[in-house]
Ligand binder design. Structure first.
Ligand SMILES: [Fe+2]
Ligand SMILES: [Fe+2]
Length: 280
């Protein structure tokens, strides 16, 4: 399949991007420098498991250059695509730069927290992050809806993890940071849900198989490259519930709402996603 041939009509994408930016006014944005009183950050108030969870999510958020690059690779904004695709990709870029800025803020805030709270000293953390940061990241998809379906699950799973972790943490600076980040991830999820819904309405059944494929082969980012990922992931799930299939319920809602007249293939996809949720 050819990604260019299957992208959303530009007016559909513009609707989603405009909606995201309208929901993200600069006045409600936050930054690492002023949002928190870092001098009050105190890792002594965290359990060993909670400190481990902070280190884990810092690594995940810090891989942003790899995630950002995927958009450039599959939605290029240059002369390698035809004019209509460029126009679509240029509109998407309005989303990706804003999203990337927010994710980069998460990465910096978590590093700042580790340093200020006493989890890790800044130079050592930088070196540790570089080990994973240099590893390649790719989402080898061939239908454009797949990138958004993948991110839909991933953003929602991350949002829920931050909320669960916040609920068990007795340290106000970290709790405040987790609250801020969870709100951002919720907005990122909403954009992805909007785009996936538009693909289903515009492309109908042609979007169904590609989405099924994403769920059938779903892996959280870095799970294939990070050393000791699965053991670590299980450990942080002990600290606060971390189950990406919880996000599948939100995908099912998007599928339910997307089309009025459901087809057999659409119904089969909903059943499949439900089964993946129940099995976990
Ligand atoms: Fe994030
Ligand atoms: Fe996000």
């Amino acid at each position: 399949m050819d990604i260019e041939a299957q992208i959303l009509p530009v007016e559909e994408l513009v609707g989603a991007v405009d909606g995201f930016l309208a929901a993200s006014p600069a006045a409600r944005a936050w930054d690492v420098e002023t949002a928190f009183d870092w001098s009050r950050a105190d890792a002594d108030r965290l359990t060993e498991g909670q400190r481990s969870a902070v280190r884990f999510v810092t690594l995940i958020e810090d891989h942003l250059p790899g995630y950002f690059e995927v958009y450039h690779r599959y939605f290029p904004v240059d002369d390698t695509v035809d004019r209509a695709t460029f126009v679509h990709n240029r509109e998407l870029y309005h989303f990706t730069v804003r999203w990337a800025w927010e994710e980069d803020t998460h990465a910096r805030a978590l590093s700042r927290y580790q340093d200020a709270s006493g989890i890790a000293e800044r130079d050592r953390l930088r070196a540790e992050l570089a080990v994973e940061g240099q590893k390649p990241f790719d989402l080898p998809y061939d239908h454009p809806v797949q990138f958004f379906a993948y991110a839909l699950v991933q953003e929602k799973a991350t949002q829920m993890y931050y909320q669960h972790l916040r609920d068990v943490v007795d340290e106000p600076v970290l709790a405040g940071l987790l609250t801020r980040m969870a709100k951002d991830e919720a907005r990122h999820f909403s954009f992805m849900a909007d785009v996936v819904g538009r693909y289903l309405r515009v492309s109908g059944d042609a979007a169904v198989e590609p989405i099924r494929d994403v769920i059938a082969n779903f892996r959280m980012p870095l799970s294939d490259t990070m050393r000791g990922y699965w053991r670590w992931a299980l450990r942080i799930a002990d600290v606060a519930s971390y189950d990406h299939t919880e996000a599948y319920e939100h995908l099912i809602k998007v599928l339910d709402r997307a089309v009025d007249a459901r087809t057999d293939r659409h119904d089969e996809l909903v059943r499949f996603v439900q089964e993946c949720r129940t099995m976990a």
